[in-house]
Design a protein around this ligand. Structure first.
Ligand SMILES: N[C@@H](CCC(=O)N[C@@H](CS)C(=O)NCC(=O)O)C(=O)O
Length: 209
């Protein structure tokens, strides 16, 4: 069985959403990102991935896949019929990769990562200013569209949904971008997304308690 190493409400939430949307069974293995310990057996997560970061998807043959963009596409390609990614060779496949890169680099690493991992000693002023400009891009794109790519839900939406969910705890009010606020609300009517978030919020509360 596949295994997903995750941490509650971390970027691995997008992979959980994709797995649930695809109806793929997987063993979820929770990681403590500060201690780098795997919750169920207290083992060293860095032995699973020297990157020390989630998501890690362990494939049926034991290979380990990291990086959300790769993991999400792998999941989508396991169940081509779900349309969670356009097929290779279709022009929209590159649009999907464009959005996965944008969310991973421009929203996650340029803003969310420093917002959650670095103390706000003033050094976050520039990332905070930039994220306002960055979010105009998906906001404008989603003004007339239901989804990021084509006319159906894809793993690029799973990725963006996760990033948008973290804006509020990072101190950014999504209401500034009505198309993004409406998109996030719409996406959360999907049963898989609702269930994935509820599961991880409960786990997060349990860790905090
Ligand atoms: N480029 C990676 C970034 C993964 C990443 O930074 N994951 C965070 C959680 S959102 C993490 O595990 N951080 C722990 C660390 O970097 O020590 C991806 O897109 O999957």
């Amino acid at each position: 069985m596949l295994q997903l190493y995750f941490s509650p409400m971390a970027c691995s939430l997008a992979s959980r959403i994709a797995l649930m949307e695809a109806g793929i069974e997987v063993r979820y293995r929770q990681v403590h990102l500060v201690t780098k310990k795997v919750a169920d057996d207290d083992s060293d997560f860095c032995r699973i991935s020297p990157k020390g970061a989630v998501p890690v998807l362990v494939l049926e043959n034991g290979d380990r896949l990291t990086e959300s963009a790769a993991v999400l596409q792998y999941i989508a390609d396991m169940k081509l019929e779900t349309g969670l990614a356009p097929r290779f060779g279709e022009p929209d496949r590159y649009r999907l990769q464009e959005w996965l890169s944008f969310t991973g680099a421009e929203i996650h690493k340029a803003f969310l990562f420093p917002a959650f991992w670095y103390k706000d000693d003033g050094s976050l002023a520039k990332p905070r200013a930039r994220i306002t400009q960055t979010l105009q891009v998906p906001s404008a794109h989603l003004t007339q569209r239901e989804f990021l790519v084509g006319d159906r839900f894809t793993v690029a939406d799973a990725h963006l949904v996760w990033a948008l969910l973290l804006l509020r705890p990072a101190g950014i009010d999504i209401a500034q971008w009505p198309p993004l606020a409406a998109y996030l609300e719409r996406m959360q009517t999907r049963p898989a997304i609702r269930e994935a978030i509820a599961t991880e919020m409960a786990l997060r509360k349990a860790v905090a308690a």
